[in-house]
Structure formats: structure tokens, C-alpha cells
Design a protein around this ligand. Structure first.
Ligand SMILES: *Cc1c(COP(=O)(O)O)cnc(C)c1O
Length: 390
């Protein structure tokens, strides 16, 4: 039996490893120069004015919500088809969360449903403070349309771009923040580039960047210009001015991030090549391939297919189990967040977002990562063909 093929995997080369070793040999393992360098690299690539690197995308989403003032009585709306962190960040702030169903083609938040839900919420007097579009699988949401709704209804936008560094929307990189207040990336090893654990929040608003830096490190500032007046006899070398966290990224991680970012375009090109091979090879099979919007260029974090029993005579579960049995690390992204037991206890009922649920009942993610060579991709395709055979 051949080796297991995971659904995702990091890709480290000698330069990445040497970058980490150089930090390990240096004087600064954390709070040195590697984190600012990584932040500069992110800014240079994405085009936003500021980047705040932290220890995970989850932390980045949290400080993004804090910087935008999300609190009790406020609502954050996001997609149900995402990782739980996109919703949890609102609950960390004591705010409430609601979900807008997905578009049946892109699986991203549906702009039509968002528009009608906003109109209803305006009447009811409970408009969201933040809307968080998630660029599922690496394909950008329709940000111009969501931005236009933000202008009309006055909400803020945080892009959860955990899947989408290196992707493009209308000819520009995801992360310009042209259509949003803040954009968040994840550098977990299954994502496009990695720092082991890590994340970043990008913004072009200097005040949001200042607040996020504060919340990243205990709410402490070292900027003497900002200090309050103190007795001249006392030594004040820092001030805590807000309640923050220790969400800092280490220099070890940031050095890896700088090195990985140099390879970002190569990674995305490789992912897009693998996705094109799947597109071609699966064209004759009774499964739905991921639809692509001509406005955007996906970074292909994920390649989800949909298995519809009426069309292929097999259930999702049968195909999933056949692939697993063949050593293929098939996966599911995602169970609708509100179906999780924790969210059910918050009062959400099954069936709340029908499109997200039918996607949940039909989708599965095929292996896709830069190191997936032709022979192993062939094994995935053959196993899928076998699983679908009558
Ligand atoms: C991975 C992921 C996160 C969380 O990222 P971490 O860096 O692991 O905290 C958040 N949202 C989405 C959509 C993700 O895929």
C-alpha cells in the first residue's frame, strides 16, 4: 500500500531553514528586527500601508475586531462556510455573531443575501458593525460590491484572507485593503506560506495599525511622546494604556516568513498548475469542479469538488471513505460554523443557511500543495475515478 497523501503540506527549502538558523544564532529570538522585516515584506507585496504580524490569524482577527471597536451589543456577520475562528473573534469581544449564506457558485458569502439581510437589519435597527468576508479556497469575494454595501450601511470590513495570500482581485493582490479596513492572513503550515504558527493584519489606516500593535503586546506602549505626565522622580520606561494580549510573533517565525514570501509567486503558480490538472482530469467525471470568477485569480489553497448522488450515483460519504481507504487525505472545508455544538447552544438551528448546508453535504477537498508531484496527483485522480465507478 502506497504512502498516505495529505490534503496540504508546507514546503521548506534550504534557504528557509538557513533563515531560521540565522535567527537561532543571533541575539534576538523575539522582538528583534525580523518581525519588522517580515511586516515590510508583506506591505511591499500586498500594497497596504501597514502590516502587524502576530502569532496566528486567530489573534489577528481578534485584534482587528478590537481595533474597530467591536463590543457587547455589536454584531459581526460572516460566512458559515469557514473555519470557526472567523466567528469566534466576535465572541472574544463580547459581541454577537450572525451568518450570511453562501453563493452556490463561489461558496463565498453571497452578496445578494448580504444585501437583503442588511435591508432587513436596517428596519430592525440591528445592522452589523463588522462584516467579515472569507476568501474561501483562495478566491476573492466580490469586494467592490461588499464595499459599496459598507458605504450604504456604514459597517466595517475585515477580510479573512487566511486562504488567499498571493491571490489577486481585479488585477491587484489580495491585501491592498482598497475595499476593506483590515485584511488578515494565516501562516499555518497548510496555508500558502508558513511561519509554523502565525498571522498578520494589514491595513492602510495608521490609527488601526497603532491600536493593533498595542493589543498585540499587552496594551503597552514604549512611545514616550504618548506617555502621561508622571513625577520627575519616577522611572517610567513603558506604559500600559489598554488591555492587550501577548500575541507577538517570534523572530524565528518572522525570518521563516520573509524567506517563504520570496517563494509566494512560485507557490501560487504551482498550486494553480495542480488545480488546472485536476480541472482537466476531472472534466469527464460526474462531480462539480470549483467555479472561478474571471475577476479574480485564486491562490488555490483548496480544491473542493462536489459529489451529488443524483448525478454520480454515489453519496459523499461513500466517495470520501473510498478515498480515505486508498490513502488519500481527503478533507472537508467546512462544516457550517453554526452547526458546531457550541454554536447550536448559542441558539442556531440546523438548516439556517441552506446553501452552506448543501455544500457541507456534497463537498470534499482534494490534496493540493506545492510538493504534490504528478505521480501522486495521478494516484488521487485514479482513486477518485475508482470511487465513482458504478
Ligand atoms: C486557518 C484559518 C484561520 C485561522 O488561522 P490560524 O493562523 O490557524 O489561527 C482563520 N480563518 C480561516 C478561514 C482559516 O482557514
Amino acid at each position: 500500500m502506497s504512502a498516505f497523501i495529505p490534503y496540504g503540506r508546507h514546503d521548506l527549502n534550504d534557504a528557509d531553514i538557513e533563515a531560521v538558523v540565522a535567527v537561532l544564532r543571533s541575539d534576538w529570538l523575539t522582538q528583534g528586527q525580523a518581525v519588522p522585516r517580515f511586516e515590510e515584506s508583506l506591505v511591499a507585496y500586498c500594497g497596504a500601508q501597514h502590516a502587524v504580524a502576530v502569532n496566528s490569524a486567530t489573534s489577528a482577527l481578534h485584534i482587528a475586531c478590537m481595533a474597530l471597536g467591536l463590543g457587547p451589543q455589536d454584531w459581526l456577520w460572516t460566512s458559515p462556510t469557514t473555519f470557526v475562528a472567523s466567528a469566534n473573534c466576535a465572541l472574544y469581544c463580547g459581541a454577537r455573531v450572525d451568518f450570511v449564506d453562501i453563493d452556490p457558485r463561489t461558496y463565498n458569502i453571497s452578496v445578494e443575501r448580504l444585501a437583503s439581510k442588511l435591508a432587513d437589519a436596517e428596519h430592525a435597527g440591528r445592522l452589523p458593525k463588522i462584516v467579515m468576508p472569507v476568501h474561501l479556497c483562495g478566491q476573492s469575494c466580490d469586494m467592490a460590491a461588499i464595499h459599496a454595501l459598507a458605504q450604504r450601511y456604514g459597517f466595517k470590513i475585515v477580510e479573512d484572507a487566511s486562504h488567499a495570500i498571493g491571490a489577486r482581485y481585479r488585477g491587484e493582490p489580495v491585501g491592498t485593503c482598497r475595499y476593506s479596513d483590515i485584511t488578515v492572513f494565516s501562516f499555518h503550515p497548510v496555508k500558502i506560506v508558513t511561519t509554523a504558527e502565525g498571522g498578520a493584519a494589514l491595513t492602510s489606516d495608521p490609527e488601526l495599525a497603532r491600536k493593533m500593535r498595542l493589543y498585540r503586546s499587552h496594551g503597552i506602549t514604549n512611545d514616550r511622546a504618548q506617555f502621561e505626565d508622571h513625577p520627575a522622580s519616577e522611572i517610567w520606561n513603558y506604559e500600559q494604556v489598554a488591555l492587550g494580549f501577548n500575541y507577538r510573533m517570534t523572530d524565528i517565525q518572522a525570518a521563516l516568513g520573509v524567506s517563504q514570501l520570496r517563494r509566494l509567486d512560485e507557490f501560487v503558480a504551482r498550486r494553480r498548475h495542480i488545480a488546472r490538472c485536476y480541472d482537466t482530469e476531472l472534466a469527464g467525471l460526474p462531480v462539480m469542479r470549483p467555479w472561478q470568477n474571471s475577476d479574480s485569480l485564486s491562490s488555490y489553497h483548496l480544491y473542493p469538488i462536489r459529489v451529488r448522488p443524483a448525478e454520480c450515483g454515489k453519496t459523499q460519504r461513500e466517495v470520501y471513505e473510498a478515498l480515505s481507504a486508498a490513502g488519500i487525505g481527503v478533507n472537508l472545508h467546512y462544516i457550517p460554523v453554526y452547526r458546531q455544538p457550541y454554536y447550536q447552544r448559542q441558539g442556531f438551528a440546523a438548516g439556517y443557511c441552506p446553501e452552506a448546508e448543501s455544500y457541507f453535504h456534497e463537498a470534499m477537498t482534494l490534496p493540493l500543495f506545492p510538493g504534490l508531484d504528478e505521480a501522486r496527483q495521478r494516484r488521487v485522480i485514479d482513486a477518485l475515478k475508482g470511487a465513482l465507478a458504478p
